[in-house]
Write a protein that binds this ligand. Structure first.
Ligand code: SF4
Ligand code: SF4
Length: 199
């Protein structure tokens, strides 16, 4: 919930991707305006191609960044009509100027209710931080590298790791997922090919 709060209240403006009618990805900037225990809420006008794509695909990918941190999500979205529209206008007063009076009738609310993703922080470049984010029934977002049996503790992997995030006090050695860049250098150098990629 901390990362969702950051996404809505601090980053706020995000890039949201859907698939266009031509079959290619399309992105646009969308403000994430509200969240609760059920998901993250945004709105769009019924006349937009984006609205039609959301209704048809019911799936989005979201990326946003601020101050060398980033949040990305992908998952299911559903239309909830006018529900939460008033509270979204209250929390985002600029919307009253974009859609004054009853013109907000053109808008409907969507909820990202089941998603997976990650928080990525490079504000300390020599100690990056990566955390999984799960909304609703989304499955684990971890898709990085891990060490299988066969490791002999030679430590070659640590020698090429840019973040030095491999614990060599254990055999098999253990990759600290929270600080891994997913660069793959460890897997490439491992003589026993016992570092694998998940996902
Ligand atoms: S390079 Fe491979 S065998 Fe050597 S410590 Fe790393 S994982 Fe184990
Ligand atoms: S994938 Fe890159 S950052 Fe992650 S443990 Fe391997 S070498 Fe280090």
């Amino acid at each position: 919930m901390d990362y969702i709060k950051t996404l809505v209240e601090e980053i706020h403006s995000t890039t949201v991707a859907t698939i266009g009618a031509d079959g290619h990805p399309q992105t646009r900037i969308i403000d994430m305006m509200y969240y609760d225990e059920k998901g993250i809420y945004f709105l769009t006008a019924k006349g937009k191609a984006f609205y039609a794509q959301l209704m048809e695909q019911q799936y989005v990918a979201v990326s946003a960044t601020k101050k060398k941190t980033a949040i990305s999500l992908r998952g299911k979205v559903k239309n909830i009509g006018k529900k939460n529209l008033d509270i979204m206008f209250e929390k985002n007063p600029y919307m009253k100027e974009i859609y004054p009076g009853d013109t907000k009738e053109a808008l409907e609310v969507f909820c990202i209710y089941e998603a997976q993703g990650e928080y990525f922080d490079i504000s300390n470049p020599s100690n990056i931080v990566r955390e999984a984010i799960i909304i609703g029934g989304g499955s684990s977002a971890w898709n990085g590298y891990y060490v299988e049996k066969g490791c002999n503790g030679c430590n070659l992997c640590l020698s090429v790791c840019p973040q030095k995030c491999i614990d060599i006090s254990l055999v098999p050695v253990v990759i600290n997922q929270k600080h891994c860049l997913h660069c793959g250098r460890c897997a490439k150098i491992c003589p026993g090919q016992c570092i694998k990629k998940r996902g």
